[in-house]
Design a protein around this ligand. Structure first.
Ligand code: NAD
Length: 430
Protein backbone atom coordinates (compact mmCIF):
# COMPACT_ATOMS: atom_id res chain seq x y z
CA UNK A 1 0.00 0.00 0.00
CA UNK A 2 1.40 3.41 -0.85
CA UNK A 3 1.46 5.98 1.92
CA UNK A 4 -0.49 9.04 0.87
CA UNK A 5 1.44 12.27 0.62
CA UNK A 6 1.70 13.96 4.00
CA UNK A 7 0.05 17.18 2.81
CA UNK A 8 -3.11 15.26 1.91
CA UNK A 9 -3.60 13.78 5.39
CA UNK A 10 -5.56 15.61 8.07
CA UNK A 11 -3.48 16.24 11.22
CA UNK A 12 -5.59 13.76 13.21
CA UNK A 13 -4.44 10.80 11.05
CA UNK A 14 -1.02 9.32 11.84
CA UNK A 15 0.92 9.29 8.53
CA UNK A 16 2.85 6.17 9.57
CA UNK A 17 -0.42 4.28 10.27
CA UNK A 18 -3.09 5.78 8.04
CA UNK A 19 -5.27 2.62 8.44
CA UNK A 20 -8.36 2.16 6.24
CA UNK A 21 -8.29 5.87 5.37
CA UNK A 22 -4.91 5.18 3.71
CA UNK A 23 -6.57 2.46 1.56
CA UNK A 24 -9.27 4.95 0.52
CA UNK A 25 -6.55 7.50 -0.34
CA UNK A 26 -4.84 4.87 -2.52
CA UNK A 27 -8.10 4.20 -4.36
CA UNK A 28 -8.49 7.95 -4.99
CA UNK A 29 -4.93 8.07 -6.35
CA UNK A 30 -5.96 5.38 -8.88
CA UNK A 31 -8.99 7.34 -10.06
CA UNK A 32 -7.47 10.83 -10.20
CA UNK A 33 -5.80 10.43 -13.64
CA UNK A 34 -9.23 9.61 -15.13
CA UNK A 35 -11.05 12.69 -13.86
CA UNK A 36 -9.95 15.24 -16.48
CA UNK A 37 -10.60 18.88 -15.48
CA UNK A 38 -12.61 17.72 -12.43
CA UNK A 39 -9.33 16.52 -10.87
CA UNK A 40 -9.00 20.15 -9.75
CA UNK A 41 -11.61 19.34 -7.08
CA UNK A 42 -10.32 15.92 -6.01
CA UNK A 43 -8.74 17.22 -2.79
CA UNK A 44 -12.28 17.70 -1.53
CA UNK A 45 -12.55 13.89 -1.33
CA UNK A 46 -9.26 13.63 0.62
CA UNK A 47 -10.75 15.44 3.61
CA UNK A 48 -14.03 14.56 5.28
CA UNK A 49 -16.35 17.54 5.36
CA UNK A 50 -17.21 17.11 9.06
CA UNK A 51 -15.78 14.85 11.74
CA UNK A 52 -17.57 14.75 15.07
CA UNK A 53 -16.13 12.85 18.05
CA UNK A 54 -18.41 12.62 21.07
CA UNK A 55 -18.16 11.33 24.61
CA UNK A 56 -20.96 8.89 25.43
CA UNK A 57 -21.33 8.51 29.21
CA UNK A 58 -23.53 5.57 30.23
CA UNK A 59 -24.95 4.62 33.62
CA UNK A 60 -24.25 0.90 33.89
CA UNK A 61 -26.64 -1.52 35.60
CA UNK A 62 -24.32 -1.78 38.63
CA UNK A 63 -24.32 2.01 39.14
CA UNK A 64 -20.88 2.77 37.63
CA UNK A 65 -20.54 5.32 34.85
CA UNK A 66 -18.62 4.22 31.77
CA UNK A 67 -17.51 6.48 28.93
CA UNK A 68 -17.47 5.38 25.29
CA UNK A 69 -16.04 7.16 22.27
CA UNK A 70 -18.59 7.87 19.54
CA UNK A 71 -18.13 9.20 16.00
CA UNK A 72 -20.15 10.60 13.14
CA UNK A 73 -18.30 11.52 9.97
CA UNK A 74 -19.89 13.30 7.02
CA UNK A 75 -17.42 12.69 4.25
CA UNK A 76 -19.17 14.57 1.45
CA UNK A 77 -22.55 16.28 1.08
CA UNK A 78 -22.27 17.67 -2.46
CA UNK A 79 -25.08 15.48 -3.87
CA UNK A 80 -27.45 15.36 -0.91
CA UNK A 81 -27.74 14.55 2.78
CA UNK A 82 -25.25 12.17 4.38
CA UNK A 83 -26.13 8.48 4.39
CA UNK A 84 -24.32 5.62 6.08
CA UNK A 85 -24.51 3.09 8.87
CA UNK A 86 -23.60 3.06 12.54
CA UNK A 87 -21.17 0.39 13.77
CA UNK A 88 -20.74 -0.78 17.38
CA UNK A 89 -17.37 -2.51 17.62
CA UNK A 90 -14.41 -2.45 20.05
CA UNK A 91 -11.99 -1.68 17.22
CA UNK A 92 -13.89 1.24 15.70
CA UNK A 93 -11.52 4.20 15.28
CA UNK A 94 -11.49 7.50 13.45
CA UNK A 95 -9.55 6.27 10.40
CA UNK A 96 -12.03 3.42 9.89
CA UNK A 97 -15.13 5.61 10.23
CA UNK A 98 -13.63 8.16 7.83
CA UNK A 99 -12.87 5.46 5.25
CA UNK A 100 -16.32 3.86 5.60
CA UNK A 101 -17.87 7.34 5.15
CA UNK A 102 -15.74 7.88 2.03
CA UNK A 103 -16.84 4.52 0.61
CA UNK A 104 -20.46 5.54 1.23
CA UNK A 105 -19.91 8.72 -0.82
CA UNK A 106 -18.63 6.52 -3.64
CA UNK A 107 -21.30 3.81 -3.26
CA UNK A 108 -24.21 6.27 -3.21
CA UNK A 109 -22.89 8.13 -6.24
CA UNK A 110 -21.97 4.91 -8.11
CA UNK A 111 -25.63 3.82 -8.07
CA UNK A 112 -26.81 7.43 -8.45
CA UNK A 113 -28.68 7.82 -5.16
CA UNK A 114 -29.20 11.49 -4.18
CA UNK A 115 -27.01 11.21 -1.09
CA UNK A 116 -23.61 12.14 0.18
CA UNK A 117 -21.54 9.75 2.28
CA UNK A 118 -21.44 9.42 6.07
CA UNK A 119 -20.75 6.81 8.74
CA UNK A 120 -20.82 6.55 12.50
CA UNK A 121 -19.82 4.27 15.28
CA UNK A 122 -19.10 3.68 18.93
CA UNK A 123 -15.92 2.08 20.18
CA UNK A 124 -17.57 -0.61 22.31
CA UNK A 125 -17.98 -4.37 22.56
CA UNK A 126 -21.79 -4.50 22.64
CA UNK A 127 -21.82 -8.17 23.73
CA UNK A 128 -20.56 -6.89 27.11
CA UNK A 129 -23.64 -4.70 27.62
CA UNK A 130 -27.07 -5.62 28.92
CA UNK A 131 -30.03 -4.66 26.76
CA UNK A 132 -30.82 -1.68 28.98
CA UNK A 133 -27.19 -0.49 28.89
CA UNK A 134 -27.21 -0.84 25.09
CA UNK A 135 -30.39 1.23 24.94
CA UNK A 136 -28.99 4.00 27.17
CA UNK A 137 -25.75 4.09 25.16
CA UNK A 138 -27.64 4.27 21.85
CA UNK A 139 -29.92 7.04 23.07
CA UNK A 140 -27.08 9.18 24.50
CA UNK A 141 -25.02 8.71 21.32
CA UNK A 142 -28.03 9.71 19.17
CA UNK A 143 -28.56 12.79 21.28
CA UNK A 144 -24.88 13.76 21.01
CA UNK A 145 -24.79 13.40 17.21
CA UNK A 146 -28.18 15.16 16.99
CA UNK A 147 -26.13 18.21 15.97
CA UNK A 148 -25.51 16.58 12.61
CA UNK A 149 -28.25 14.08 11.81
CA UNK A 150 -31.78 14.66 10.49
CA UNK A 151 -34.00 13.47 7.62
CA UNK A 152 -32.66 16.24 5.35
CA UNK A 153 -29.12 16.33 6.73
CA UNK A 154 -27.73 12.89 7.52
CA UNK A 155 -29.59 9.57 7.79
CA UNK A 156 -27.95 6.71 9.77
CA UNK A 157 -28.73 3.00 9.21
CA UNK A 158 -27.62 -0.35 10.69
CA UNK A 159 -24.11 -1.72 10.21
CA UNK A 160 -22.01 -4.25 12.13
CA UNK A 161 -23.67 -5.04 15.50
CA UNK A 162 -26.55 -2.61 15.06
CA UNK A 163 -30.02 -3.72 14.01
CA UNK A 164 -33.69 -2.75 13.70
CA UNK A 165 -34.04 -2.34 17.48
CA UNK A 166 -31.09 0.07 17.62
CA UNK A 167 -32.65 2.06 14.75
CA UNK A 168 -35.96 2.17 16.65
CA UNK A 169 -34.21 3.69 19.70
CA UNK A 170 -32.36 6.18 17.51
CA UNK A 171 -35.55 7.28 15.77
CA UNK A 172 -37.36 7.61 19.09
CA UNK A 173 -34.57 9.64 20.73
CA UNK A 174 -34.23 12.01 17.79
CA UNK A 175 -38.03 12.43 17.62
CA UNK A 176 -38.28 13.21 21.35
CA UNK A 177 -35.54 15.84 21.03
CA UNK A 178 -37.31 17.37 18.01
CA UNK A 179 -40.74 17.28 19.63
CA UNK A 180 -42.41 15.20 16.92
CA UNK A 181 -42.11 11.81 15.24
CA UNK A 182 -39.50 11.85 12.47
CA UNK A 183 -39.43 8.41 10.86
CA UNK A 184 -37.07 9.52 8.07
CA UNK A 185 -34.09 10.18 10.38
CA UNK A 186 -32.87 6.56 10.14
CA UNK A 187 -33.47 3.64 7.79
CA UNK A 188 -33.42 -0.09 8.47
CA UNK A 189 -36.25 0.40 10.97
CA UNK A 190 -38.73 -2.30 11.98
CA UNK A 191 -41.67 -2.61 9.57
CA UNK A 192 -44.14 -1.58 12.28
CA UNK A 193 -42.57 1.89 12.56
CA UNK A 194 -41.86 2.92 8.99
CA UNK A 195 -39.40 0.28 7.83
CA UNK A 196 -39.53 -0.94 4.24
CA UNK A 197 -40.52 -4.29 2.84
CA UNK A 198 -37.59 -5.93 1.06
CA UNK A 199 -34.92 -4.18 3.18
CA UNK A 200 -33.69 -7.33 4.96
CA UNK A 201 -32.87 -9.24 1.77
CA UNK A 202 -31.89 -6.17 -0.27
CA UNK A 203 -28.10 -6.47 -0.05
CA UNK A 204 -28.09 -10.17 -0.97
CA UNK A 205 -30.62 -9.58 -3.75
CA UNK A 206 -28.43 -6.78 -5.10
CA UNK A 207 -25.44 -9.17 -5.17
CA UNK A 208 -27.47 -11.45 -7.42
CA UNK A 209 -28.58 -8.64 -9.75
CA UNK A 210 -25.04 -7.42 -10.45
CA UNK A 211 -23.76 -11.01 -10.76
CA UNK A 212 -26.50 -11.77 -13.31
CA UNK A 213 -25.51 -8.71 -15.35
CA UNK A 214 -21.83 -9.70 -15.24
CA UNK A 215 -22.55 -13.34 -16.19
CA UNK A 216 -24.53 -12.14 -19.25
CA UNK A 217 -21.55 -10.10 -20.42
CA UNK A 218 -19.12 -12.94 -19.69
CA UNK A 219 -21.38 -15.23 -21.78
CA UNK A 220 -21.85 -17.63 -18.89
CA UNK A 221 -25.21 -19.09 -17.85
CA UNK A 222 -26.61 -18.47 -14.38
CA UNK A 223 -28.56 -21.72 -14.65
CA UNK A 224 -26.36 -24.35 -12.99
CA UNK A 225 -23.60 -21.85 -12.05
CA UNK A 226 -21.73 -23.09 -8.97
CA UNK A 227 -21.56 -20.55 -6.14
CA UNK A 228 -19.37 -20.56 -3.01
CA UNK A 229 -20.37 -18.17 -0.21
CA UNK A 230 -18.37 -17.00 2.80
CA UNK A 231 -20.74 -15.83 5.54
CA UNK A 232 -24.33 -16.93 6.00
CA UNK A 233 -25.61 -13.84 7.84
CA UNK A 234 -27.86 -11.10 6.52
CA UNK A 235 -26.03 -10.77 3.19
CA UNK A 236 -24.84 -14.35 2.53
CA UNK A 237 -28.11 -16.01 3.49
CA UNK A 238 -30.28 -13.75 1.32
CA UNK A 239 -27.85 -13.97 -1.60
CA UNK A 240 -27.83 -17.79 -1.37
CA UNK A 241 -31.63 -17.93 -1.55
CA UNK A 242 -31.87 -15.56 -4.52
CA UNK A 243 -29.10 -17.30 -6.49
CA UNK A 244 -30.78 -20.66 -5.74
CA UNK A 245 -34.19 -19.36 -6.92
CA UNK A 246 -32.57 -18.40 -10.24
CA UNK A 247 -31.10 -21.83 -10.93
CA UNK A 248 -27.59 -21.42 -9.50
CA UNK A 249 -26.16 -24.14 -7.26
CA UNK A 250 -24.69 -23.29 -3.84
CA UNK A 251 -21.76 -25.72 -3.60
CA UNK A 252 -19.93 -24.37 -0.54
CA UNK A 253 -20.73 -22.24 2.51
CA UNK A 254 -18.36 -21.02 5.18
CA UNK A 255 -19.26 -19.27 8.41
CA UNK A 256 -17.45 -18.57 11.66
CA UNK A 257 -17.97 -22.22 12.69
CA UNK A 258 -16.57 -24.02 9.62
CA UNK A 259 -16.95 -24.84 5.93
CA UNK A 260 -19.30 -27.25 4.15
CA UNK A 261 -19.26 -28.52 0.57
CA UNK A 262 -21.65 -30.43 -1.67
CA UNK A 263 -21.01 -30.71 -5.39
CA UNK A 264 -24.71 -31.48 -5.98
CA UNK A 265 -25.78 -28.26 -4.25
CA UNK A 266 -26.85 -27.09 -0.78
CA UNK A 267 -30.49 -26.01 -0.28
CA UNK A 268 -30.20 -22.55 1.35
CA UNK A 269 -33.74 -22.69 2.76
CA UNK A 270 -32.97 -25.96 4.54
CA UNK A 271 -29.64 -24.55 5.74
CA UNK A 272 -31.33 -21.40 7.03
CA UNK A 273 -33.85 -23.53 8.93
CA UNK A 274 -31.04 -25.70 10.32
CA UNK A 275 -29.05 -22.66 11.57
CA UNK A 276 -31.80 -20.26 12.68
CA UNK A 277 -34.75 -22.40 13.74
CA UNK A 278 -33.07 -25.66 14.85
CA UNK A 279 -30.05 -23.65 16.10
CA UNK A 280 -27.70 -26.23 14.60
CA UNK A 281 -24.05 -25.70 13.69
CA UNK A 282 -23.09 -25.33 10.02
CA UNK A 283 -20.82 -28.40 10.26
CA UNK A 284 -23.76 -30.55 11.39
CA UNK A 285 -25.91 -29.83 8.33
CA UNK A 286 -26.87 -33.21 6.87
CA UNK A 287 -25.66 -34.46 3.47
CA UNK A 288 -22.55 -32.30 3.10
CA UNK A 289 -18.80 -32.81 3.40
CA UNK A 290 -17.03 -30.73 6.02
CA UNK A 291 -13.80 -29.33 4.56
CA UNK A 292 -11.08 -27.32 6.25
CA UNK A 293 -11.49 -23.55 6.19
CA UNK A 294 -8.42 -22.81 4.06
CA UNK A 295 -9.73 -25.14 1.28
CA UNK A 296 -12.79 -22.94 0.85
CA UNK A 297 -10.86 -20.54 -1.37
CA UNK A 298 -9.82 -23.32 -3.79
CA UNK A 299 -13.33 -24.82 -4.19
CA UNK A 300 -14.23 -25.53 -7.81
CA UNK A 301 -16.92 -22.92 -8.52
CA UNK A 302 -17.98 -20.25 -11.01
CA UNK A 303 -18.93 -17.47 -8.59
CA UNK A 304 -17.29 -16.67 -5.25
CA UNK A 305 -19.22 -14.45 -2.87
CA UNK A 306 -17.32 -13.16 0.18
CA UNK A 307 -20.06 -11.90 2.54
CA UNK A 308 -18.39 -11.87 5.94
CA UNK A 309 -15.38 -9.70 6.73
CA UNK A 310 -12.83 -7.38 5.18
CA UNK A 311 -9.35 -8.52 3.97
CA UNK A 312 -10.31 -12.14 3.23
CA UNK A 313 -8.87 -12.45 -0.30
CA UNK A 314 -5.19 -11.63 -0.06
CA UNK A 315 -1.89 -12.37 -1.81
CA UNK A 316 -1.82 -15.59 0.25
CA UNK A 317 -4.96 -17.20 -1.20
CA UNK A 318 -5.81 -15.31 -4.42
CA UNK A 319 -3.87 -17.82 -6.56
CA UNK A 320 -6.05 -20.72 -5.35
CA UNK A 321 -9.30 -19.16 -6.54
CA UNK A 322 -10.99 -21.01 -9.42
CA UNK A 323 -14.05 -18.77 -9.76
CA UNK A 324 -14.22 -16.49 -12.79
CA UNK A 325 -16.41 -13.99 -10.95
CA UNK A 326 -16.07 -12.57 -7.43
CA UNK A 327 -19.03 -10.66 -5.99
CA UNK A 328 -18.04 -8.55 -2.98
CA UNK A 329 -21.02 -8.80 -0.63
CA UNK A 330 -18.82 -7.71 2.29
CA UNK A 331 -17.12 -4.33 2.49
CA UNK A 332 -13.42 -4.47 1.58
CA UNK A 333 -12.95 -8.28 1.34
CA UNK A 334 -10.24 -8.08 -1.37
CA UNK A 335 -6.90 -6.36 -0.83
CA UNK A 336 -5.58 -4.21 -3.71
CA UNK A 337 -2.65 -6.64 -4.16
CA UNK A 338 -5.02 -9.62 -4.43
CA UNK A 339 -7.15 -7.71 -6.90
CA UNK A 340 -4.12 -7.24 -9.18
CA UNK A 341 -3.39 -11.00 -8.99
CA UNK A 342 -7.02 -11.86 -9.83
CA UNK A 343 -6.92 -9.43 -12.76
CA UNK A 344 -3.88 -11.28 -14.17
CA UNK A 345 -5.74 -14.58 -13.69
CA UNK A 346 -8.70 -13.30 -15.75
CA UNK A 347 -11.04 -13.24 -12.76
CA UNK A 348 -13.64 -10.44 -12.70
CA UNK A 349 -14.18 -8.71 -9.33
CA UNK A 350 -17.50 -6.93 -8.78
CA UNK A 351 -16.49 -4.32 -6.19
CA UNK A 352 -18.33 -3.74 -2.91
CA UNK A 353 -19.32 -0.18 -3.87
CA UNK A 354 -21.53 -1.71 -6.56
CA UNK A 355 -22.10 -5.32 -5.46
CA UNK A 356 -23.45 -4.59 -1.96
CA UNK A 357 -25.22 -1.32 -2.82
CA UNK A 358 -28.62 -3.07 -2.73
CA UNK A 359 -28.91 -2.36 1.00
CA UNK A 360 -28.51 1.39 0.77
CA UNK A 361 -30.72 1.46 -2.34
CA UNK A 362 -33.66 0.01 -0.41
CA UNK A 363 -32.75 2.30 2.52
CA UNK A 364 -33.25 5.13 0.04
CA UNK A 365 -36.66 3.66 -0.87
CA UNK A 366 -37.51 3.52 2.84
CA UNK A 367 -36.60 7.21 3.23
CA UNK A 368 -38.70 8.15 0.18
CA UNK A 369 -41.66 6.15 1.54
CA UNK A 370 -41.29 7.86 4.94
CA UNK A 371 -41.24 11.31 3.31
CA UNK A 372 -44.51 10.63 1.48
CA UNK A 373 -46.08 8.36 4.14
CA UNK A 374 -47.03 6.06 1.31
CA UNK A 375 -45.72 2.49 1.27
CA UNK A 376 -44.90 0.31 -1.71
CA UNK A 377 -45.37 -3.43 -2.24
CA UNK A 378 -42.43 -5.79 -1.92
CA UNK A 379 -42.74 -6.63 -5.60
CA UNK A 380 -42.48 -2.94 -6.47
CA UNK A 381 -39.41 -2.54 -4.28
CA UNK A 382 -37.61 -5.56 -5.74
CA UNK A 383 -38.39 -4.38 -9.27
CA UNK A 384 -37.07 -0.87 -8.59
CA UNK A 385 -33.98 -2.28 -6.86
CA UNK A 386 -33.25 -4.42 -9.91
CA UNK A 387 -33.60 -1.40 -12.18
CA UNK A 388 -31.37 0.92 -10.11
CA UNK A 389 -28.56 -1.65 -9.93
CA UNK A 390 -28.79 -2.81 -13.56
CA UNK A 391 -28.72 0.82 -14.73
CA UNK A 392 -25.70 1.55 -12.53
CA UNK A 393 -23.93 -1.60 -13.71
CA UNK A 394 -23.93 -0.92 -17.46
CA UNK A 395 -21.85 2.30 -17.65
CA UNK A 396 -19.41 1.03 -15.02
CA UNK A 397 -18.87 -2.17 -17.01
CA UNK A 398 -18.42 -0.17 -20.24
CA UNK A 399 -15.89 2.24 -18.69
CA UNK A 400 -13.87 -0.71 -17.34
CA UNK A 401 -13.78 -2.25 -20.84
CA UNK A 402 -12.91 1.02 -22.61
CA UNK A 403 -10.21 2.14 -20.21
CA UNK A 404 -8.97 -1.39 -19.37
CA UNK A 405 -9.23 -0.73 -15.65
CA UNK A 406 -10.58 -2.72 -12.71
CA UNK A 407 -14.34 -2.50 -12.20
CA UNK A 408 -13.55 -0.86 -8.84
CA UNK A 409 -11.66 1.94 -10.57
CA UNK A 410 -14.49 2.25 -13.11
CA UNK A 411 -17.03 2.53 -10.29
CA UNK A 412 -14.85 5.17 -8.61
CA UNK A 413 -14.60 7.08 -11.92
CA UNK A 414 -18.40 7.11 -12.34
CA UNK A 415 -18.98 8.06 -8.71
CA UNK A 416 -16.25 10.67 -8.29
CA UNK A 417 -17.24 12.31 -11.58
CA UNK A 418 -20.81 12.74 -10.30
CA UNK A 419 -19.68 14.04 -6.90
CA UNK A 420 -17.10 16.47 -8.28
CA UNK A 421 -19.44 17.72 -11.01
CA UNK A 422 -21.91 18.64 -8.29
CA UNK A 423 -19.08 20.22 -6.29
CA UNK A 424 -17.93 22.29 -9.27
CA UNK A 425 -21.49 23.40 -10.16
CA UNK A 426 -22.32 24.38 -6.61
CA UNK A 427 -19.07 26.37 -6.45
CA UNK A 428 -17.02 27.37 -3.49
CA UNK A 429 -18.51 29.48 -0.71
CA UNK A 430 -17.78 32.34 -0.19
P1 NAD B 1 -23.83 -10.75 9.73
O1 NAD B 1 -23.25 -10.48 11.06
O2 NAD B 1 -25.30 -10.91 9.57
O3 NAD B 1 -23.16 -12.10 9.10
C1 NAD B 1 -21.77 -12.32 9.08
C2 NAD B 1 -21.49 -13.76 8.66
O4 NAD B 1 -20.07 -13.91 8.53
C3 NAD B 1 -21.94 -14.80 9.67
O5 NAD B 1 -22.47 -15.93 8.98
C4 NAD B 1 -20.63 -15.20 10.36
O6 NAD B 1 -20.65 -16.55 10.86
C5 NAD B 1 -19.66 -15.07 9.22
N1 NAD B 1 -18.28 -14.90 9.70
C6 NAD B 1 -17.84 -14.11 10.70
N2 NAD B 1 -16.52 -14.29 10.87
C7 NAD B 1 -16.14 -15.20 9.96
C8 NAD B 1 -14.89 -15.81 9.64
N3 NAD B 1 -13.78 -15.51 10.32
N4 NAD B 1 -14.85 -16.72 8.64
C9 NAD B 1 -15.96 -17.04 7.96
N5 NAD B 1 -17.16 -16.50 8.22
C10 NAD B 1 -17.24 -15.60 9.19
O7 NAD B 1 -23.27 -9.58 8.80
P2 NAD B 1 -23.89 -9.04 7.42
O8 NAD B 1 -24.87 -7.95 7.71
O9 NAD B 1 -24.30 -10.19 6.57
O10 NAD B 1 -22.61 -8.30 6.81
C11 NAD B 1 -21.56 -9.02 6.20
C12 NAD B 1 -20.69 -8.05 5.41
O11 NAD B 1 -21.48 -7.36 4.44
C13 NAD B 1 -20.01 -6.94 6.24
O12 NAD B 1 -18.77 -6.65 5.62
C14 NAD B 1 -20.94 -5.76 6.05
O13 NAD B 1 -20.28 -4.50 6.26
C15 NAD B 1 -21.33 -5.95 4.60
N6 NAD B 1 -22.56 -5.26 4.22
C16 NAD B 1 -23.73 -5.56 4.83
C17 NAD B 1 -24.89 -4.92 4.43
C18 NAD B 1 -26.21 -5.26 5.04
O14 NAD B 1 -27.25 -4.76 4.54
N7 NAD B 1 -26.29 -6.10 6.05
C19 NAD B 1 -24.86 -3.94 3.41
C20 NAD B 1 -23.64 -3.66 2.80
C21 NAD B 1 -22.49 -4.33 3.22
Amino acid sequence: MTTPTAHALPSYIDPSHPGPWGMFMEQLDRVEPHLGPLARWVETLRRPKRTLIVDVPVRMDDGRIEHFEGYRVQHNLSRGPGKGGVRFHPQVHISEVMALAGWMTVKNAAVNLPYGGAKGGIRVDPSRLSLTELERMTRRYTSEIGLLIGPDRDIPAPDVNTNEQVMAWMMDTYSINQGGTQTGVVTGKPLSMGGSLGRRDATGRGCFVVAREAMKRLNRPMEGARVAIQGFGNVGNAAARVFHEHGAKIVAVQDVGGTIYNEAGIDPHALQHHLKVAEGALREFPGVTVIDDASFWGVDCDILLPAALERQITEANAHQIKAKLIVEGANGPTTPQAEDILWDMGCTVLPDVLANAGGVTVSYFEWVQNASSFFWTEQDINMRLDRVLSEAFEPIWNVAQEKRVHLRTAAFIAACTRVLEARALRGLYP
